[in-house]
Design a protein around this ligand. Structure first.
Ligand code: COA
Length: 194
C-alpha cells in the first residue's frame, strides 16, 4: 500500500484515547496468531481512561493519515508515582546498572512506549514521525528515553535497536517475561512543551 496523504503527528485528545486503545488492544499478544506475532505484539491491554491518564502524566501521541488512526505512542515519567509495573521493573534494573543515576536519573528520564502502528501503515515512516514528535515535546524536560521490549519480539527489537539506533542495556525479568532494556538520548534544556 502507498500512502497518498501526509501523516499528521500530534498529541492525543478526546476520542483519540478510545481509538488508540482499540488499536493497541487489537495487537495484544493473546489475540494474534504465531505468524502475526512475528510482526510484533503488545504485552498488555489498555483502556481509554488509562491512556488519558498517561497523557496527563506525560504524553500520548497519535499519527493520522487522513481520517485514519495509523499509530500511537505512549510515554511516562520514569520518576512518576503511577508508572506501570513493568516500567517499575525497568527502573529497578536501570538503578542496578547505573546506581548513581548518572545516565537514568528519575527527574530527567522518560519511559518510551508502548508504541503501535496499524498493520496497514507499517513501513511508511510513521514510527519515526511519532518518535520525532515525542522528541520535540520531551527534549526540554528529559535528557534520555528508556524502553523495554519483550525478548520474544524480535521485530520490535530490530526496529528499535537497528532501525532507530537505540542502545540495548541487557535483559531483566518481569512476570516471567524476559524484557530487553533500551535507551536513546533526547535533548536537554528548557521546560516540557505540549
Ligand atoms: C514494531 C512497530 C511499532 C514498528 O513499526 P513499523 O512501521 O513496522 O516500523 P518500520 O518498518 O517503519 O521500521 C522503522 C525503521 O526501522 C528500520 N528497520 C526495520 N527493521 C530493521 C532491521 N531489521 N534492521 C535495520 N533497520 C530496520 C526501517 O527501515 C525504518 O527506518 P526508516 O524510518 O528510516 O524508514 C510495528 O511493527 C508494530 O506496531 N508492531 C506491533 C506492536 C509492537 O510490536 N509494538 C512494539 C512493542 S515494544
Amino acid at each position: 500500500m502507498t500512502i497518498s496523504l501526509t501523516p499528521i503527528f500530534r498529541r492525543a485528545t478526546g476520542a483519540d484515547f478510545a481509538a488508540a486503545a482499540a488499536l493497541m488492544n487489537s495487537y495484544y499478544v493473546d489475540r494474534l496468531s504465531p505468524a502475526e506475532r512475528r510482526e510484533g505484539y503488545l504485552l498488555a491491554t489498555f483502556t481509554a481512561e488509562q491512556l488519558a491518564a498517561m497523557d496527563a502524566a506525560c504524553a500520548v501521541l497519535v499519527a493520522h493519515v487522513g481520517e485514519n488512526l495509523a499509530g500511537c505512542l505512549c510515554s511516562a515519567d520514569l520518576g512518576g508515582a503511577s508508572i506501570p509495573p513493568p516500567a517499575k521493573a525497568l527502573r529497578s534494573f536501570l538503578q542496578g546498572i547505573d546506581p548513581d543515576g548518572e545516565h537514568f536519573a528519575d527527574d530527567s528520564t522518560m519511559v518510551y512506549g508502548p508504541v503501535c502502528i496499524d498493520r496497514a501503515y507499517r513501513g511508511h515512516g510513521i514510527l519515526r514521525g511519532l518518535i520525532d514528535r515525542l522528541r520535540g515535546l520531551a527534549e526540554s524536560r528529559f535528557t534520555t528515553a528508556v524502553a523495554f521490549v519483550s525478548s520474544s519480539n524480535p521485530k520490535s527489537i530490530a526496529v528499535h535497536r537497528d532501525g532507530m539506533g537505540m542502545t540495548v542495556h541487557g535483559e531483566f525479568l518481569f512476570a516471567g517475561e524476559r524484557l530487553v532494556a533500551l535507551s536513546f538520548p533526547l535533548r536537554v534544556e528548557g521546560t516540557f512543551r505540549g
